[in-house]
Design a protein around this ligand. Sequence first.
Ligand code: DC
Length: 227
Amino acid sequence: MNKPLVIAIDGPAGAGKSTVAQKVAERLGLAYVDSGATYRAVALKVLEAGVPPEDEQTVSRLIGEIEIQITTDGVQPHILLDGRDVTDKIRTPEVTLAAAKVSRLPEVRTKLVELQRGYAKGRGVVMEGRDIGTVVFPDAPLKIFLKADPEERARRRLGQDIKEGRDATLEQTAYEIGRRDQLDAERKLSPLVPAEDATRIDSTLLTADQVVERILELARERKLAEE
Ligand code: DC
């Protein structure tokens, strides 16, 4: 039996991964998985328990029995933490920062990588994150590393925040993106680096649709898609 197709899309915050990954999944009839949402769910659980996200021992204990489900309800993916819908709750600035911190802990990464692999069992997926092509699915037949200039990423993230009703300024957003880039790139485990065999796409001057077309072209070239 053929293994289900996995398309890995990695890159820094604000490079456009979510929009692009969702569109590629839709066009190819694959499931879409946002692996960052799983780190955010852990962060929310940790914050709600009043535990500092750096407290490795307590965090490890806390996530022993965590249950994280990703559902797709039409085009809008929902995330359930221990059975509760936390789709909106995991997008606050507090959770964003705590997610960057908990994602440095080895126990958290081991647990979530296993979970993420499970989401692709028996079905094709487009999965976005930081280490999908390097760690989660090193054998994925198509890996994209999507990047964009920091200023452009801050502008896009701000646009998304405003659209979703969150208060933010460009200055604050640029600061947060810079801080997260640093945390993601400097961590010892699974730092944000492109897989050797990833195709790098710089989206600074491209629209999301142009990036999607480029990815679909690569998929067709590799005989992974017919469209
Ligand atoms: O993509 P995002 O902003 O929702 O990710 C939230 C945090 O989780 C971010 O700080 C990086 C981390 N993350 C990770 O370490 N590995 C992944 N595959 C996805 C996200």
